[in-house]
Structure formats: structure tokens, C-alpha cells
Write a protein that binds this ligand. Structure first.
Ligand code: NAD
Length: 362
């Protein structure tokens, strides 16, 4: 059986890690029909938009996409195409498993095993912002003063933090369902409800209500700053974390640090009947075209995609092959060497060669 999958090669190191991943996925024997779609910088040049309708149509048609990272210019008025993609397709759950593979040099703990479930559609990334000196910002400031008596400084820019009950319920339910289906024992809701009484307070209240429907599962909650300290000191106490969008963004990178770096951190953006698989890392422009980036985060995202497609045996085979290459420590990129300047580090395509050899040996 063929799986039709939309392939988004992305920007920067994207095309290199995407090609390496395509090769190892094909080596498992699973048949793919790749439907390449251009999003991001290159699409801006070709189609005059970073998110062409043809790419969205391809993902909607195939229901599954494998995506490399995209570059987002800072402060140019250009809002993240990643955020737009997740919101447009309502890929509301960002799922990121972090576990330490044996042999990883830069993991401070050998037994961290955490799944981050991040809400993907709202919070500070709702995209509702008011620029300094704009008439809309002036109106908003006036509205705030007339309703609360609080004066926001005139030279302010404002971004809205939006937390809805429906989106909170949906993401917490996703976290509990994932935990139950994957033999996890505990779900922890992350928030700052002590300060943000209405927005994070709503998230926490909703999480508590949803938890009542899962009496077989342990439920706890923690404020986000305490979580940062606890993750650094004893990550073993955490299992599944469920977070609003903004906290999920930086806690994901913290967890990537716990498992050996961004080169080993896979992910997926999942909706009710569609999913886009992509690594946590960005397009690392300084390494673009240099055959230097670690493709394993994208390969492990490919493993998650195989599981989503029902190809469990092939997923296990590919994950085992990647784990063996990591454990041997020979055919790995610079970031997995004890000293990143180690001249024995190999390139992106050589990692793919080594993984393919292990897959073929089985
Ligand atoms: P980044 O993740 O691209 O890179 C940060 C650093 O991490 C790199 O300089 C490199 O040292 C290391 N790194 C990242 N990926 C690696 C890999 N596969 N192998 C080895 N080392 C790796 O983050 P950034 O520099 O903040 O962002 C660059 C661009 O990527 C920005 O435009 C940002 O908006 C975008 N971005 C995109 C996504 C996405 O498409 N999902 C995610 C994050 C950032």
C-alpha cells in the first residue's frame, strides 16, 4: 500500500534534513508517494506568498505531511508561517516526545522521558497584536482605561493572550487520551494561574474538570517557573506535560536540552483528522547547504509519522536503527560528539547512510 504524504522541504538546513529523512523512510520498505509542496521563503519568491493555497490543498488532500523547518524573519511585520499553518489547518495539538537514547553525550540525565503536549492555536500566538502608535492601539488603550481605569503607556505595543475554555478542554483531553493509549501514568498541567487569574486560571480549571473523567490517571499541576527549576533538577518526576501555547514553546526547547539538544527533538502537529510531522528545531541558516546539520530530529519525526500511518513495525525498526547509530557514536554529526569541534563528526547525508545500513540489517 502507498501512503501519499505531502513533503515540505523548508528553508535553511530544511532540504538536507528532509532528503536524509525521505531516504531512511524509504529504506524501511514502506511505500510513499511524495507530494512536494513549497512553503516559506522559496514560496514567497515563486508564488508571492509564504503559504500558497496549493500547499494547503495538498496537506488537506493527503491528511499527512512531513515538514522541514522554515525561516521566520524577525520584526518585519511578517508573521510566522508555522503559526499560520497550524492555525489554518486547526492542528491544535503539538506533540513532542523527549527521551534520552543510550550513548547521547550531552544529556544531563540518562533517564528523562517526557512528553510535551502544547496547545497550538491561541494564547500569545493568536496573532492579535496592536502596533505602537497605530489608531487601533490608541482605541484599545482608551477602551482599557474606560473599562478598568488602568492607563497603559501611550507608546505601548500590545499582544493579546487568548485562552478559551474550548481549546483548553480539547488540548487537555488530547493529553489524557495520549497518556492512556501510550501507557503513561501522569498528566501535569502547566500554568501561571496565580498571576494570570482569568486566562491561565481558565486553563487550570478546565484541566481539573477534564482530569475528573480520567480517574485511572494521576493529575497534577505546576506553575511554569517552578516547572523550569524542577525540570533542570529532577526531570524524572514528569511524564506528560500539557501547556498553553506560549509556555509550551520554551519548555519544549528546555526539554530538548535535557535529551541532548535540538538535533534529537522530534515533533508533530495534530488535528482531528490531519497531522504535520516536523522537528522542534529551526532552519539553522548558518549551516544551510553545508551537510552539517543533524537529521535525526526529522528522522524521529518520521518515526512518529510511521506510527500515525499504522506502520508500527517499520517505525520500531527505524527508531532502533537511529538508536544504534547514536549508541555507536561514530557516524553522528558534530552536536552528538563529546567535543563539537571533533573532526570525526560526519555530515547529514552520512548519518542517513549509516541509519539505512542498520535498517537493512534489521
Ligand atoms: P534553530 O533551531 O534554527 O538553530 C539554533 C541552533 O541550534 C543552531 O545554530 C544550531 O547550533 C543548533 N541546531 C538546530 N538544529 C540543528 C540540527 N538539526 N543539527 C545540529 N544543530 C542544530 O533556531 P534559530 O536560530 O532561533 O532559528 C532559525 C530560524 O528558524 C528562524 O527563522 C526561526 O524563526 C526558525 N524556526 C523555525 C521553526 C519551524 O519551522 N518549525 C522552529 C524554530 C525556529
Amino acid at each position: 500500500m502507498h501512503h501519499r504524504v505531502t513533503l515540505i522541504p523548508g528553508d535553511g538546513i530544511g532540504p538536507e534534513v528532509a532528503q536524509a529523512t525521505q531516504r531512511v523512510l524509504e529504506a524501511t520498505g514502506v511505500q510513499f508517494q511524495w507530494d512536494t509542496a513549497i512553503i516559506g521563503d522559496q514560496a514567497q519568491h515563486t508564488f508571492g506568498t509564504t503559504l500558497p493555497q496549493s500547499a494547503l490543498d495538498s496537506i488537506k488532500r493527503n491528511k499527512v505531511a512531513l515538514k522541514a523547518p522554515l525561516t521566520t524573519p524577525i520584526g518585519s511585520g511578517f508573521r510566522s508561517v508555522n503559526v499560520a499553518l497550524r492555525q489554518t489547518l486547526d492542528l491544535y495539538a503539538c506533540l513532542r516526545p523527549y527521551k534520552v537514547y543510550p550513548g547521547v553525550q550531552h544529556a544531563p540525565y540518562k533517564d528523562a522521558d517526557i512528553v510535551v503536549v502544547r496547545e497550538n492555536t491561541e494564547d500569545l500566538y493568536s496573532g492579535i497584536e496592536f502596533a505602537k502608535d497605530s489608531p487601533e492601539a490608541a482605541q484599545l488603550l482608551e477602551f482599557v482605561f474606560s473599562t478598568t481605569g488602568e492607563r497603559i503607556k501611550e507608546d505601548s505595543a500590545v499582544s493579546l493572550k487568548v485562552i478559551s475554555q474550548a481549546a483548553s478542554r480539547r488540548i487537555v483531553t488530547f493529553a489524557f487520551e495520549y497518556a492512556r493509549q501510550n501507557n503513561r501514568r501522569k498528566v501535569t498541567a502547566v500554568h501561571k494561574a496565580n498571576i494570570l487569574k482569568y486566562s491561565d486560571g481558565l486553563f487550570l480549571d478546565t484541566a481539573r474538570q477534564v482530569a475528573e473523567g480520567y480517574p485511572d490517571m494521576e493529575f497534577t499541576d505546576i506553575v511554569v517557573d517552578a516547572l523550569c527549576m524542577q525540570l533542570v533538577r529532577s526531570p524524572q518526576q514528569f511524564d506528560v506535560l500539557v501547556l498553553p501555547n506560549f509556555y509550551g514553546d520554551f519548555i519544549s526547547d528546555l526539554c530538548a536540552g535535557l535529551v541532548g539538544g535540538l538535533g534529537l527533538a522530534p515533533g508533530a502537529n495534530i488535528g482531528d483528522n490531519m497531522a504535520v510531522f516536523e522537528p522542534t528545531h529551526g532552519s539553522a541558516p548558518k549551516y544551510a547547504g553545508k551537510n552539517k546539520a543533524n537529521p535525526m530530529a526529522m528522522m524521529l519525526s518520521g518515526v512518529m509519522m510511521l506510527r500515525y500511518l499504522g506502520e508500527r513495525d517499520s517505525a520500531d525498526k527505524l527508531e532502533k536503527a537511529i538508536a544504534e547509530v547514536i549508541a555507536e557514536g561514530k557516524d553522528v554529526t558534530y552536536d552528538l560528539k563529546p567535543d563539537p569541534a571533533d573532526s570525526t563528526a560526519v555530515g547529514t547525508s552520512q548519518v542517513a547512510d549509516a541509519v539505512i545500513e542498520k535498517v537493512k540489517r534489521g
